[in-house]
Design a protein around this ligand. Structure first.
Ligand code: SF4
Ligand code: SF4
Length: 273
């Protein structure tokens, strides 16, 4: 439920149909705001195809992802655990102010030219987006925000997976992973506060605006020309500060395709515990 169509309050079809994937920020935000333990509203499900944002609970195990639980059985075409049925065929999201980034972005997707458009297989009634202008900045920004958060989440899961890989034979509980998530995002949120709302808006708005793989990130970073690169690299530092005695087994994600993963000296000055 994007909430950006006047049809949404009487529709809710997306909230009754999909299984909703969430990132670490979503889990932290909902847990904090609703005072719920993550395992009260999420499920860990095997990833159909390994992706960078997959996490493991044992070194030899499969990649998992987090999904919002459902009302009743956990399966497609059941209402989301947070969907609230109101009088007069109206529905609302019980965590609307803190709904997951994919819910905010639905039904918009990134197009090849960097704009946002309504996905071709959207469940929305035909009248929902009549006369819309998908390229309006708020829509581009919610799509950017969703992509941005999942890419950051990939850094967070990578650090966790390094820990799991360092302890072969040990089976971690989902609660342990969730506890790690809450701590990491608490630290990231504190860092976000140093940017302020306007700074974070610039970060999100500038997401993925470096097409040149030969760009010198250190130089761009020092010149303050690329807010999202600056932000991403600092978050990598924060994440690397967790399990500080654990060496990185392999590189994380590079913020620019074809670029080295990390800046020199990046593992120094990390936060978290
Ligand atoms: S399916 Fe479309 S119109 Fe219906 S609630 Fe979801 S986003 Fe809104
Ligand atoms: S979290 Fe809210 S917006 Fe997202 S699927 Fe559930 S009810 Fe819908």
């Amino acid at each position: 439920m994007s909430g950006m169509s006047s049809v949404c309050p009487t529709c809710g079809l997306c909230c009754r149909s999909y299984i909703v994937t969430v990132c670490g920020r979503d889990v932290w935000e909902i847990s904090r705001q609703q005072r719920l333990a993550p395992t009260q509203f999420i499920m860990a499900v095997p990833q159909a195809k390994d992706r960078a944002d997959g996490f493991r609970l044992e070194a030899e195990g499969q990649n998992l992802q987090l999904m919002l639980d459902k009302q009743g059985r956990f399966e497609l075409n059941r209402p989301c655990i947070f969907l609230v049925q109101l009088a007069g065929q109206h529905v609302t999201c019980g965590v609307y102010e803190h709904r997951p980034v994919v819910c905010r972005a639905y039904p918009f997707v990134s197009l090849e030219d960097g704009a946002a458009g309504v996905r071709t297989n959207a469940l929305c009634p035909p009248e929902a987006w009549v006369g819309v202008e998908p390229n309006r900045p708020p829509w581009r920004d919610v799509v950017s925000r969703s992509e941005f958060e999942f890419e950051l989440y990939g850094e967070v899961t990578a650090r966790w997976n390094e820990r799991v890989a360092s302890l072969p034979g040990r089976r971690f509980a989902l609660d342990e992973y969730c506890s790690y998530l809450l701590n990491v995002y608490e630290a990231i949120d504190a860092f976000d506060g140093t940017f302020g709302d306007a700074g974070m808006a610039r970060v999100v708005h500038s997401w993925r605006t470096v097409p040149d793989p030969t760009a010198d990130l250190d130089e761009l970073h020092e010149r303050g020309e690329l807010p999202w690169v600056d932000y991403f690299l600092r978050v990598q530092q924060i994440v690397a500060g967790f399990y500080a005695d654990l060496p990185r087994l392999e590189g994380g994600q590079s913020p620019v395709p074809g670029r080295p993963t990390r800046m020199s000296g990046q593992n120094q000055g990390a936060g978290g515990s």
